[in-house]
Design a protein. Structure first.
Length: 191
């Protein structure tokens, strides 16, 4: 058996089922002057005049269920909902027109950035053509080092010597974890 709802449904006369006792009651209410009306119990089987339904025979009930809504024309269907056209630009101020143009440009930019390239080769071509002048592309090809194309094989600075020692220590630990212990690393571990 399921539990009754927390907020019970009331009939037109105000009768509801008490969730704690499962009895039919008229719940307590507040009068306009602020005093409280007591909860009233309803005898089992009693139906007030407000709750009595109009008698409908089975055929009448079936006809009511199958009837069309009031004002409906047989064979007529409502037209499909068309997309709402954007507001006409004739009624816009200069600032609103300018904002519309900005929105359209932003939308076009977003569409361009989200466009998926057909292949990786297209990506390389776009970078070489669009990222800068031809001189910077030639420098990258010739091997000159620029901020865009740094030389990672340069000898470490004096500042970075401590870091390289730390890196060697980490590499040794990694070798131990991997289990690929060489003779040199074995000797280092023994010391």
């Amino acid at each position: 058996m399921s539990k009754p709802p927390i907020v019970p449904e009331t009939t037109p006369s105000g009768i509801a089922v008490d969730p704690r006792t499962l009895e039919r009651v008229i719940p307590e209410s507040r009068r306009p002057d602020g005093s409280v009306r007591k909860q009233l119990k309803i005898r089992p089987g009693f139906t007030p005049q407000e709750d009595v339904r109009r008698f409908r025979g089975t055929r009448q009930a079936q006809m009511d269920a199958n009837s069309l809504p009031k004002g409906h024309i047989i064979g007529w269907a409502p037209p499909p909902q068309a997309a709402v056209p954007p507001a006409s630009k004739a009624g816009l101020t200069k600032a609103q027109k300018k904002n519309e143009k900005r929105k359209e440009k932003r939308k076009e930019k977003r569409e361009e950035t989200t466009k998926v390239k057909d292949s990786w080769e297209d990506d390389d071509e776009g970078e070489a053509e669009g990222t800068g002048s031809a001189a910077s592309a030639e420098k990258a090809k010739s091997g000159e080092h620029t901020p865009e194309n740094p030389n990672w094989a340069v000898a470490p600075d004096a500042k970075n010597e401590g870091k390289s020692a730390e890196a060697e220590g980490l590499a040794d630990k990694l070798e131990k974890l991997e289990g690929n212990v060489t003779l040199d690393s074995w000797m280092k571990m023994k010391r």
